[in-house]
Design a protein around this ligand. Structure first.
Ligand code: MOS
Length: 729
């Protein structure tokens, strides 16, 4: 096998030193002369009509910059999939915390105080907060899909056992370390510059150009050091970016800083979509799946945001990694008067995988088959067809994946041991649960063709290269991974690779930093650009010398490349058939839990995760992604309980929204395995950002069911109240 210089090595994080030493400048660290602090006046009712806005006495309003809808120079709609969500509500309010007006002042404390002096008169209208009420009440359906591959109802009569259940998951908050943060400057009437914490600079540009009625080139967007995103900085920076820019524009061009507090961030910004997934599955006595009928409903909240795409990914992951020739999926995302839900790591797949994997474990329990065995009978193999008609071309071996996880977790011995233990033990019960799952890398179907991502690369004076990409580092390791791919392909040391700051004035549009696409798609572009540079330098023995010479002679050598999917991906958006994703990563989790029947508390003790993501570019960073995803998955499974009041989060502090601390995080063992390589990624690597949050919840949920002697609780998170209710019954 070919040996590599940097691919497969755990190089240090490129920006690690500057972050650790505190030199990295986040949005709030940036200082500007004459800076104003911006705040948002928000609705306190979920649905209604604005009658009047009053600026009450007690505040020197003449010193303030105030923006109302009538001050918007262009389109009052956040351009994303559609532009239905206003930057500021004009008349009708659709949810609590909806932006109504913007204020700014140089004195930060005064701005904070002033919020209480703005009175909004609203005539309230009836509001709807549950999916059921919304569907019954004829609320709009933002999007629906249907995938049908044979009619399962024909097959149910042949099934020996039919398992039917509804699985529910709650909202989840991203809890990125750095809240939403943007600084905007402008030359009113001319141009706008927005800097800050974000995943997708070109999305912000696309949303702000129509807002100001300016061409794209007049909107400059710069990503600054970003303290996490998890999808939460995929679309929301469009809104806060627009707000800060509107204030700057109205103020005559002063810099305006908007930094949300943790409370405002949790109260007013997007979360993971709550889900309700009904599954009816028919099995033969030996556990073979013969018919599968899945019905998915997501709560979209008050505006469409990215819900259509989230629902798409939920739909396309809903059958799990199983072969079933008679599968039907119906799905929809419905409007409610809750704060709009949006992108969150996994993008609908965690909800769908939770449901199907819980269902498989529940079926195994009812059939009296081991959960690992039922999967062996049904897992996809090379040549199998998914319900969309996509044929698995890759030589996948999910049994091998499971075997490794079973061995590493000592699954067989522990299942038996815990069964014994639970017969006599009080109050502690133990359980072991398994999940097998997959995640499509990159945009769905022909999405990557439509994106047509571009990337540039230039040689540097030092004889290295500089990568110009709109894809951002936000803790996930992008800069290091892309550097490794460039270094390997150019055959130079990785520290000679520079990554240009993502700035729409300087870098081409290589697409959003989302959907587990960066390594697969952008990494491929880096490989392509590196090969192009090598070619232009006549395939030199010594790249560094040739590059230096070239810069000395010509001043510059820069190439631009555009993404072309390596093979034709046929996808029919009308009928939802074809190849949904060009590459899938695969994984198996085994989770061990303890349930305390005095306090009804479940704890995750260990999680073993075996992962197949093609070639691993940087094992340490990849394992970090898996561990982080598992920790977030533990939160999703056990702790993270978004309490809604009138559709908005009520427990908006980390004292009452509980995420796992290091003490609550299980021992995690990660192992990478590799199937024979045949995927389109650079050096045969696949995406890994989202997959690790898909598996822990069903593994933990099934482990809790094992601990409780087969009582499957059908709703996440598994907070003590739910466990108590189940045990008490
Ligand atoms: Mo995302 S949930 O940042 O694809």
């Amino acid at each position: 096998m070919k040996s590599f210089q940097t691919i497969g090595k755990s190089l240090q994080r490129k920006e690690g030193r500057s972050k650790i030493t505190g030199q990295a400048a986040y949005a709030d660290d940036l200082r500007f002369e004459n800076c104003l602090y911006g705040k948002t006046i928000r609705s306190t009712v979920p649905h209604g009509t604005i009658k009047a806005i009053r600026f009450k006495e007690g505040i020197p309003w003449n010193e303030f910059t105030v923006v109302l809808p009538r001050d918007i120079p262009g389109l009052n709609g956040v351009t994303l999939i559609d532009a239905s969500q206003p930057f500021l509500a004009e008349q009708e309010i659709q949810h609590v915390a909806e932006p109504i007006a913007l204020i700014a002042h140089p004195d930060k404390r005064l701005v904070e105080d002033a919020v209480r002096y703005v009175e909004v008169d609203v005539e309230e209208l009836p509001a709807v907060f549950t999916m059921e009420e919304a569907l019954q009440g004829g609320y709009p359906i933002f999007k629906s899909y249907s995938v049908e591959n044979g009619d399962p109802s024909e097959k149910f009569p042949e099934a020996a056992v039919i398992v039917e259940e509804t699985w529910r998951t709650g909202a989840q908050e991203h809890v990125y370390i750095e809240p939403q943060a943007i600084i905007a400057t402008s030359v009113p009437g001319e141009d706008v510059t927005v800097m800050g914490s974000m995943q997708c600079p070109y999305y912000v540009q696309k949303a702000l150009a129509p807002l100001f009625g300016l061409p794209n080139a007049k909107i400059r967007v710069v990503q600054t050091e970003t303290g996490g995103g998890f999808g939460g900085k995929e679309e929301y920076p469009n809104i806060i970016g627009g707000h800060a820019a509107l204030l700057s524009w109205k103020s005559g061009g002063k810099p305006v800083k908007m930094i949300y507090s943790r409370h405002e961030d949790m109260w007013a910004t997007t979360k993971r979509h709550p889900s309700k997934i009904h599954i009816k599955a028919g099995f033969k006595r030996d556990g073979t799946l013969v018919a599968l009928d899945i019905d998915i409903t997501l709560d979209g909240g008050a505006y469409a945001t990215l819900s259509a795409v989230v629902l798409s990914r939920a739909t396309l992951h809903s059958w799990g990694p199983y072969k079933c020739d008679f599968t039907r999926v119906r799905s929809r995302v419905v409007k409610t008067n809750s704060v709009p839900y949006g992108a969150f790591r996994g993008f609908g797949a965690p909800q769908a995988i939770y449901a199907i994997e819980m269902h498989m474990n529940r079926a195994a329990h009812e059939l009296g088959i081991d959960p690992a065995e039922i999967r062996r009978r049904n897992v996809l193999r090379k040549g199998d067809r998914m319900p969309t008609g996509q044929v698995i071309h890759e030589d996948i071996d999910l049994e091998m994946l499971m075997d490794r996880a079973i061995e590493l977790s000592d699954y067989r011995r522990k299942r038996a041991e815990f069964d014994e233990f639970n017969k006599t033990s009080t109050p502690t019960r133990k359980g072991l649960g398994i999940s097998v799952f997959f995640h499509g890398s990159g945009f769905t179907g022909s999405g990557e063709v439509r994106l047509a991502s571009e990337l540039s690369m230039a040689v540097t004076k030092q004889g290295g290269v500089e990568v110009f990409t709109a894809n951002v580092e936000y803790g996930q390791g992008t800069n290091t991974i892309l550097s490794q791919i460039a270094a390997e392909t150019c055959r130079i040391p990785a520290d000679l690779v520079e990554i240009h700051q993502p700035d729409t004035a300087m870098v081409p549009n290589s697409g959003p930093t989302v959907a587990s696409r960066t390594t697969l798609v952008v990494g491929k572009l880096v490989e392509q650009a590196s090969l192009e540079l090598r070619k232009r330098l006549n395939d030199p023995e010594d790249f560094v010398a040739a590059a230096r010479e070239c810069v000395a002679r010509e001043g510059e050598l820069k190439v631009n490349v555009q993404y072309e999917p390596p093979r034709e991906i046929r996808w029919d958006d009308e009928n939802y058939r074809g190849e949904a994703y060009g590459a899938y990563a695969w994984s198996c989790d085994v989770a061990e839990v303890e349930v305390d029947l005095l306090e009804y508390m479940a704890r995750a003790k260990t999680v073993v995760s075996v992962v197949e993501c093609g070639r691993v570019i940087n094992p340490l960073l990849a394992a970090g992604q898996i561990e982080g995803g598992i920790a977030q998955g533990v939160g999703f499974a056990l702790y993270e309980n978004v309490i809604l009041e009138q559709g908005a989060m009520k427990n908006t502090q980390l004292a009452n929204y509980i995420i796992p601390t290091s003490a609550d995080t299980p021992d995690i063992a990660v192992e990478f395995v590799q199937f024979p390589l045949s995927n389109p990624g650079p050096y045969q690597a696949k995406g890994i950002g989202e997959m690790p949050i898909d598996g822990p919840a069903p593994a933990i949920g099934s482990a809790v069911a094992h601990a409780l002697g087969g009582k499957f609780i059908n709703e996440l998170p598994l907070i003590p109240e739910r466990i108590m209710r189940e045990v008490a019954e």
